[in-house]
Write a protein that binds this ligand. Sequence first.
Ligand code: ZN
Length: 290
Amino acid sequence: MMLDLIEITPRKLNIKKIILCIAIILIIIAILAVFLYKHIEYRKLILAQKEEQMVSKQTYFTHKITYKQQIKQTKSIIAQVNSIYESEGKRAFLTFDDGPSQTVTPLLLDYLKQENIKVTFFLLGSRVELNPSIVKREYEEGHYLANHGYSHIYSNIYQSPQSVIDEYNLTEQAIKNAIGKQDYNSYLFRFPGGINGGKSNNLKHEAGAILEQCGVAHIDWNALTGDAEGKNTIEEMLDYVKATINDKNSVVILMHDASDKILTYEMLPQLVQYLRENGYEFKNMYDLIE
Ligand SMILES: [Zn+2]
């Protein structure tokens, strides 16, 4: 038996082919690398875009919620103020208009502090600018600072609904400056002379509707001492205020702390005593809207 001897001869290496193969592999690797790189970049871009969308979505919702809360808050202030004359228990809101004054307001604040009674001041912007430190004291001692316009001159404030709004804004700014809080808003206005009656009756109601649209409530009173209507003795004032309180459950009592109203301050302890003896609790606007 003859064995075929197979001669294994090494194949001649075709260098050209090898170089070609390596070149092709390198080209493929390069193309893959470029694709991979582009893909990674693309994914990064998509992720960044998604993140941006999410952030803007969150911002949008945050704004929406804040806006909704603001609307809800101001609407509820208006609703609360509009139902101020109705309550289960007996309550009295002492309110003082036309201040602050250097003669009456500090004495009044001393007395209120001693009795731990918080009241509501309807401030005149022009007088706030003259006595900012008194306004700051009112605020710091827990009284509510509300808005009574700037001039109290009917021919100025009641030129048009816009002039009412202008005086409201001027007074708000004066209050912000006096207490050093630019984010303070009173949300509460009292028309000089009251909203009803007089030749500006329609204009006042128009302005009142605009204020409400802007989230600002307005309020008059349902009891008064007559201290701005010629009641010149403590007895006259007390008789008048008792007659107007007339056993109402919720009373908003109109008084004044302008510079000539010292008699109002002198009468106040007897009014406070009368209200306490008749079961009234003292409230201010903070109790109503917070
Ligand atoms: Zn007034």
